[in-house]
Design a protein around this ligand. Structure first.
Ligand code: NAD
Length: 495
């Protein structure tokens, strides 16, 4: 049985003797065991991270960037293997896994430009013969706590930028699919990253709490569900840390009557059912505006019935299982709740069986029509392949629906009217907006983050926001002795 330990000082090791099973969701079989770290593990990791951060901060940004460039090459070479590690423990299709590693790789690529990104601002003569400039300095030891649904990409939103900025980084991956992050750490060591700059602490809430309570950790990045995001935000603030905590989502895709309906249907299919709906940018609500509704629902329903649900080892698979037995039960329970609430269940994915994979956690695509705002299936994040269709009379009703929801991660509008799309992009209270783009995930050089219950803290992730989050601003004002007039000054100097 494969044992997944921690990654400390460039080596796989751990001290705790407690382990948790890691499963292959396609078969329900246990594929490995991951360590549940204890105090001794944390002590070793924090000592290593603290020591490494001091030395690493002294390495010039250009030298850091060269190691990151080498790391990029190694990830590219190992892509197939990394994607398999993701698929085996998460269950998503291999192409989808490769896509997610590539989106993470793009952040590594962005971090190669760190000498440019760390450039400060300079003003000559802010006073007579006085110059002033700003620099951005590393924070020290930083940490990231990540969810199961993107075991490579989400950690890669964080650590490449933090490390490029001159910090050390402790990653606490999801205990459900931890293998890929160990491989990512090994590759970074191979690229020449000094030991201790990137450590991995495996485990559950206990490991998270050790990070949050440690005085030695300066900043925490979190991605996961909203309740835990709130907890991370509050605890990190209480212990004096900088924090960014990204939470859950309920993303709406609005289809206007003038939209290209086939494009909208394809957009909904991929965004609602790709990765079994386990994406924070998944579309879980289709908002059908005016008379397009009947046609839209019919077309989505027809397509969903032809969706190939299969394990990742089948190259023709379009959708894999959900992550665990518990999660399958939770999603299926939501389908029952929707039925009781009176939504029209037009496609039911419960009790979905695949020959040879009867113990896998598969759920078929599920569609509810005529969902109402007050229903639990509309309000809650279900995080499975369940699409709710809400019918509204006009554009204003659609915009209000999007804006009244508690979550504010992503949204999208399908229309051929430029004025409507501009109005929607400007006035929706959502962090990431697509126009005829179903899943508007920003590229590495922009930043990723939602509004409302989808993000707690001030900074979105990666891009320039990432560089700001992982550095402290310092402004220096300087003059040379010959230009100093003699005598003290008791009032604020002005020009
Ligand atoms: P989760 O909140 O259960 O777990 C996330 C991390 O927090 C894991 O590392 C886990 O070990 C840890 N954790 C879990 N419970 C904890 C607790 N009580 N105290 C401290 N730490 C705890 O999330 P998940 O199920 O792994 O991931 C799915 C969720 O993540 C969904 O809600 C999804 O929307 C969200 N997500 C959000 C984004 C985003 O960018 N906003 C991206 C990906 C996933």
């Amino acid at each position: 049985m494969k044992i997944i330990t921690n990654y400390i000082d460039g080596n796989c090791k751990s001290y705790s003797k407690e382990f948790l099973n890691v499963e292959d969701p396609s078969t329900g079989e246990i594929v490995s065991k991951v360590v549940l770290s204890n105090k001794e593990d944390f002590k070793k990791i924090i000592e290593s991270s603290e020591k490494a951060s001091k030395k690493w901060a002294q390495v010039t940004p250009l030298k850091r960037s060269r190691i990151i460039s080498k790391y990029k090459e190694l990830i590219e070479k190992d892509m197939e293997n990394l994607a398999k590690l993701v698929s085996q423990e998460h269950g998503k299709t291999l192409d989808d896994a490769k896509g997610s590693v590539t989106r993470g790789l793009e952040v590594v690529e962005f971090a190669c430009g760190i000498p440019h990104l760390l450039k400060g601002e300079f003003s000559q003569n802010v006073g007579t013969n006085i110059d002033s400039w700003s620099i951005r300095q590393p924070l020290g030891v930083t940490a990231g706590i990540t969810p199961f649904n993107f075991p490579a990409m989400v950690p890669m939103w964080m650590y490449p930028i933090s490390i490029a900025c001159g910090n050390s980084f402790i990653l606490k991956p999801s205990e459900k699919d931890p293998s890929c992050s160990i491989r990512l750490a090994e590759l970074f060591s191979e690229a020449g990253l000094p030991d201790g700059v990137f450590n991995i602490l495996n485990g559950d809430k206990n490991s998270v709490d050790m990070i949050l309570e440690s005085k030695k950790v300066s900043a925490v990045s979190f991605v996961g569900s909203t309740n835990v995001a709130k907890y991370i935000y509050e605890q990190s603030s209480k212990f004096g840390k900088r924090v960014q905590a990204l939470g859950g989502a309920k993303n709406h895709l609005v289809v206007m009557p003038d939209a290209d309906i086939d494009q909208a249907v394809d957009g909904i299919m991929g965004a609602a059912f790709g990765s079994a709906g386990e994406r924070c940018m998944a579309v879980s609500v289709a908002v059908a505006v005016g008379n397009i509704a009947d046609n839209l629902v019919e077309k989505v329903n027809n397509k969903a019935q032809t969706l190939k649900v299969a394990p990742w080892t089948d190259p023709s698979s379009e959708m894999g299982p959900v992550i665990s037995k518990d999660h399958k039960e939770k999603v299926e329970n939501y389908i029952s709740i929707g039925e009781k609430e009176g939504a029209e269940l037009i496609l039911d994915g419960r009790n979905y069986k695949i020959q040879g994979y009867e113990n896998g956690y598969f759920i078929g695509p599920t569609i509810f029509d005529k969902v109402k705002e007050n229903m639990k299936v509309y309000q809650d994040e279900i995080f499975g392949p369940v699409l709710s269709v809400v019918r509204v009379n006009n554009y204003n009703d659609a915009l209000n629906l999007v804006n009244n929801h508690n979550y504010g991660n992503g949204t999208s509008i399908y229309t051929s009217d430029g004025e409507i799309s501009r109005h929607f992009s400007t006035n929706c209270k959502i962090g990431m907006v697509g126009v005829n783009v179903p899943i508007p995930v920003p590229m590495a050089f922009h930043s990723f983050g939602g509004w409302k219950n989808s993000l707690f803290g001030d900074h979105a992730m990666h891009g320039v926001e990432g560089v700001r989050f992982y550095t402290k601003l310092k402004t220096i004002t300087s003059r040379w002795p010959n230009s100093i007039k003699s005598g003290p000054e008791f009032s604020i100097p002005t020009n």
